[in-house]
Design a binder for this molecule. Structure first.
Ligand SMILES: Cc1cc2nc3c(=O)[nH]c(=O)nc-3n(C[C@H](O)[C@H](O)[C@H](O)COP(=O)(O)OP(=O)(O)OC[C@H]3O[C@@H](n4cnc5c(N)ncnc54)[C@H](O)[C@@H]3O)c2cc1C
Length: 313
């Protein structure tokens, strides 16, 4: 397997072995992955998948690791990371552009601003990639990607392994966007990129001003000085996870170095050398105490990736 990967990606910095996943997650948590690869294009991606199938190595695809909690034991298989390598943006027409899955949302929002297109300002401070953003239907300050992602294309893993046509596209409602949900959470698909359709806005300064203001608000309210995976829990209907956690008096609650942020109770932060086990124990305790006090069971928004998760091709 090692030799096969080195042959596909002839670049030492883009093929890693026994790579600590903590280096690739904003939470800074996670043991080693057997294989960690960063393809730059579809050809490399397909060859990696074929090698994993041939060598019976399970696969997981990640973006920027900003919504992930990796296992302390790492991952037994091959992690394919698209963020920051599988990148590029192409203007399609006066309102639409296409961005590849590994492009960061910050870069996509900056591109929209430069092109005098409004509608993506909300995304400029979300530390994810297009792939992770579309899968999660990422959103903030009243906006979410569903409002501007008109289509997305993907690699259908099952079709690839069956020898069928494997590059496909979902348009509009077929993407099944909901609150922090999309069709990609239901299927074994690798998102390759997305079409963003926005509204022309002659004043670039106006777009830039909105992005600056929202990012300042983010800095004021969120514990950006600590590693985390963003909001730990989904917003329960009609309320806010942070408010419920605060009302239960859980700000500052710790299990080891995993801690409920003092600045924003909706964030579990890594206050030092937190482990996955500590974060999971803290999440359990927060769920238990909030449910006791309010009757509401908070549902995690962050995605845990266990040692033996992953697609068997
Ligand atoms: C400080 C901070 C602030 C945040 N603020 C927000 C916010 O305001 N709003 C918000 O919605 N989120 C927020 N987040 C969470 C996170 O940034 C988003 O969920 C983001 O969309 C995740 O993107 P990613 O590229 O990092 O995905 P990852 O975390 O790498 O992956 C997330 C999921 O997507 C899957 N995935 C990733 N790429 C692909 C692909 N190409 N094909 C198939 N599956 C894929 C992964 O397997 C995983 O299941 C925040 C996080 C942090 C750390």
């Amino acid at each position: 397997m090692k030799e096969a990967l080195l042959e596909i990606i002839n670049h030492p910095k883009r093929v890693l072995f026994q790579e600590p996943l903590a280096n690739h997650a904003t939470f800074r948590i996670g043991g080693p992955a057997d294989y960690f690869v960063m393809p730059e294009n579809e050809t490399e991606l397909v060859h990696i998948l074929e090698a994993c199938k041939m060598h019976h190595v399970p696969v997981i695809v990640i973006g920027n690791g900003s919504n992930l909690l990796f296992d302390d034991n790492g991952f037994r298989g091959c992690v394919i990371q698209l963020a920051n390598h599988f990148t590029g943006i192409e203007r399609i027409d006066d309102r639409t552009f296409y961005a590849k899955a590994g492009t960061t949302l910050a870069k996509v929002a900056a591109f929209a601003c430069e092109q005098c297109l409004t509608g993506l300002e909300f995304a400029s401070g979300i530390p994810g990639s297009v792939g992770g953003g579309v899968l999660m239907n990422a959103g903030a300050y009243g906006g979410e990607l569903s409002q501007c992602v008109t289509a997305s294309d993907y690699l259908d893993i099952r079709a690839l392994t069956a020898g069928e046509n494997y590059i496909k596209e979902y348009r509009g409602e077929a993407q099944k966007f909901g609150y922090r949900h999309s069709v990609y959470q239901e299927k074994d698909h690798i998102i390759l990129g997305a079409y963003f359709t926005l509204t022309p806005e002659p004043s670039r300064e106006k777009i830039a001003g909105t992005m600056k203001e929202l990012n300042l608000r983010r800095k004021e309210k969120q514990p950006l000085e600590y590693p985390s995976a963003g909001s730990t829990f989904k917003r329960p209907t009609g309320d806010f996870a942070g408010r419920l956690i605060e009302v239960s008096g859980l700000k500052g609650l710790r299990v080891g170095d995993a801690m409920v942020s003092e600045k924003h109770a909706g964030f579990v932060i890594n206050a030092g050398h937190a482990t996955c086990a500590q974060v999971l124990a803290l999440i359990d305790e927060v769920q238990r105490r909030v449910q006791e006090d309010s009757g509401i069971l908070l549902e995690p928004e962050i995605k845990m990736i266990k040692e033996d998760d992953g697609w068997n091709l």
